[in-house]
Ligand binder design. Structure first.
Ligand SMILES: *Cc1c(COP(=O)(O)O)cnc(C)c1O
Length: 399
């Protein structure tokens, strides 16, 4: 048998028991999306035309006015922030990330902040924290109250950022109502919030002005894709700051995304130019999105649950391990197996076990969010049944 590309390169592969994580290469792209990418690679095409077509597909499945393909959800956040800062102002587009004399603050509930908000700051925005983080004092106090958001809106506010997770509050529709009363747009990071497919429409329905999804997680498009869905004027601003315009005005024929009537000229390369998206990624994402919305997600969920239950019951019989699944609390899109380690019986610390697995060839990645509690997790989404059996076998080899 011929060597795989990773054997040729002498790079160890990963058995992924931790779900769609970018650092271990996200998800496996759908075969049909890969085929679309190869097809797309064979002709030249105007990127604007292809973005315009992608916009129709995205609008179709999200119910938004328009859409855009970015080079990841993180890039989508940066472009969303750039759109909220610049609007249709060519001079501001040329200026970013410098923000002299324009509103440049983006409000964020403190408990919605993540490492990804670097993307928002990279556009030139300053993030202003709202609320507190004192839910755990036992006073009944909440992390953030709607009035705190309303009070924080000021002349310098350009947008409100909202991280969409099962645990984030206040509810999105409460935040969008406040924002819109002050004519402020809301940017929603929903990078990993599909499936369910209904979440493609949900946040637009709840009033979000721009929503960001990752194309390289459960949608299983190209790794370097993200989806922006939202208001037409904001998507137009994204296009103007992302596409390579470099064109003589007289022969500039932008397609559906851009309305030349309102523009005073052709913008130069904007802040998004370093976040280029190729024709192959565009074609692959359009295909993957089409297949994702048609997929039988109930069947997939049942498959994930079966796999998790199988893993949990096998590991529970081993000395030093106890297991349960997260099927009922819905903290992740797939039911995960939580493995608790009784370190003295198991004869190994949780850290040594998890680290040992990662050093193998192939590397075995389990979830490591709660090592302090002597727990690790196994996510069924990115495993085959054979791989799941292999993961169980490798874990047992350490006990
Ligand atoms: C994964 C993720 C991102 C980044 O997505 P990419 O498509 O990898 O850029 C941003 N925000 C959240 C909450 C995520 O989970």
């Amino acid at each position: 048998m011929s060597e795989s590309i990773y054997e040729q390169l002498e790079v160890p592969t990963v058995i992924n028991a931790t779900g769609t994580k970018t650092r271990i290469s996200g998800s496996l792209i759908r075969d049909e999306a890969m085929e679309a990418m190869i097809e797309a690679s064979k002709s030249f095409v105007r990127i604007e035309d292809l973005q315009s077509r992608a916009s129709e597909s995205i609008a179709d499945v999200t119910g938004a006015e328009a859409g855009y393909v970015t080079s990841g959800a993180s890039a989508g956040l940066m472009m969303a922030a750039a759109a909220c800062l610049a609007g249709d102002d060519l001079e501001v587009m040329a200026q970013l990330p410098e923000t002299h004399n324009i509103p440049d603050e983006i409000l964020a509930p403190r408990t919605h902040r993540t490492g990804y908000d670097h993307a928002i700051r990279a556009a030139g925005a300053t993030i202003v924290d709202v609320g507190s983080n004192d839910r755990h004092l036992g006073t009944g106090s909440r992390n953030i109250e709607p009035w705190e958001i309303e009070e924080a809106i000021a002349d310098n506010t350009a947008a409100i950022f909202y991280l969409e997770k099962i645990y984030t509050d206040p509810p999105l529709e409460v935040v969008t109502e406040i924002a819109h009363a002050h004519d402020i747009p809301v940017i929603v990071d929903a990078a990993a919030e599909v499936p369910p497919v209904s979440n493609l429409e949900q946040f637009i329905d709840e009033g979000a002005d721009l929503v960001v999804y990752s194309g390289g997680k459960a949608i299983r498009g190209p790794q370097t894709t993200g989806i922006l869905a939202g208001r037409r004027d904001l998507i137009e601003s994204v296009a103007l700051q992302h596409l390579d315009m470099h064109a003589a005005k007289d022969v500039w024929l932008p397609s559906g995304l851009i309305d030349t009537e309102t523009l005073s000229g052709v913008p130069k390369q904007g802040i998004g130019r370093s976040l280029k998206v190729g024709k192959e990624e565009l074609a692959g994402l359009i295909k993957a999105l089409e297949l994702f919305v048609e997929e039988d997600h109930d069947a997939l969920e049942a498959e994930w649950l079966d796999r998790s239950k199988q893993i949990a019951s096998e590991l529970a019989t081993k000395p030093g391990l106890a297991t349960h699944t997260t099927e009922s609390d819905k903290t992740a899109i797939a039911p995960e197996v939580v493995v608790s380690v009784d370190e003295s019986t198991a004869g190994i610390t949780t850290v040594d076990l998890v680290r040992g697995l990662r050093k193998e060839d192939p590397r075995v990645f389990v979830g490591a969010d709660s090592l302090d509690a002597r727990e690790f997790t196994i996510n069924p989404m990115c495993l085959t049944d054979d791989e799941a059996a292999y993961v169980v076998e490798r874990i047992c080899s350490y006990l």
